[in-house]
Design a protein around this ligand. Structure first.
Ligand code: ATP
Ligand code: MG
Length: 244
């Protein structure tokens, strides 16, 4: 299987000296759904930001859809990213002054592509947002906002969708809807999803889990169950405490 995203020996040290990534090598296969887990501060968000081309690693290489992002200049990287990467954030990041539909087609406009409003409306209808397309985001529930954010992440048909705690702000029911949606995106539409989560139940929706601790890879689990994930997380905590 080909990797849509591959990071090799990734290091990230922030100004001030915090080492957030300490030599991470990982591949994400086309058509896979991977959860990334680990204690707070273990480098999960940093890994996603670097892999998505939203931030630059201090060292190492990032390959996205066959291109080496780390060898690409900023403007070219932005352009490349706009067409190839979708990102879903914990706090939705919808623009408050744009309607749901305008938010969803924005990535197409930014990528200089034709905004097919009919297709965007159809996509929103599939997510049960047919009667919300012309509302401002503030009039939607958290779950509706996150479904709109997923629609926005999908609209360019990206090679990969990164989601950083996409259910972190949602109630159980809305979280389940968003997780089911992400799983469908992978298993029915063949997309690739990499999702950071703290929740073992959410991680169990993925095909595999990658564990991070102290900026390093700390194992993986395929066909995860919530119990198995929780068990592993508890041991990661043990190890971090033992090292402290
Ligand atoms: N912009 C930044 N400037 C300086 N340090 C940062 C910055 N962003 C993150 N860090 C530090 O890098 C480390 C990893 O942060 P990161 O946000 O990747 O962790 P995380 O695993 O996503 O944590 P959480 O589960 O709390 O979201 C932490 O020690 C954090 O304080
Ligand atoms: Mg984070």
């Amino acid at each position: 299987m080909t990797d849509v995203v591959r990071v090799e020996e990734l290091y990230k040290t922030y100004d001030g000296g915090v080492t957030a990534l300490d030599g991470v090598t990982a591949g994400f296969a086309a058509g896979s759904f991977t959860a990334v887990m680990g204690p707070s501060g273990s480098g999960k968000s940093t890994l996603l930001q670097c892999a998505a081309g939203l931030d630059r690693p201090t060292g190492g290489r990032v390959f996205l859809d066959g291109h080496e992002l780390t060898a690409t200049k900023d403007t070219a990287m932005t352009k490349f990213r706009r067409g190839r990467v979708g990102f879903v954030f914990q706090d939705y990041n919808l623009l408050p002054s744009l309607t749901v539909l305008q938010n969803v087609v924005l990535p197409l406009r930014l990528a200089g592509r034709r905004a097919d409003l009919a297709a965007a409306r159809a996509a929103l209808a599939q997510l049960d947002l047919a009667d919300r397309t012309d509302e401002l985001p503030e009039r939607l529930s958290g779950g509706q906002r996150q479904r709109a954010a997923v629609a926005r992440a999908l609209v360019t048909r990206p090679a990969v969708i990164f989601a950083d705690e996409p259910t972190g702000a949602l109630d159980l029911g809305s979280a389940r809807e968003v997780l089911t949606l992400l799983r469908e995106v992978v298993h029915q539409h063949g997309r690739t999803v990499v999702m950071v989560t703290h929740d073992p139940v959410a991680a169990a929706y993925a095909d595999s889990v990658l564990f991070l601790a102290d900026g390093r890879l700390a194992g993986s689990l395929s066909a995860p169950t919530a119990d198995a994930v929780a068990e592993r997380l508890a041991h990661l905590g043990d190890r971090a405490r033992a090292a402290a």
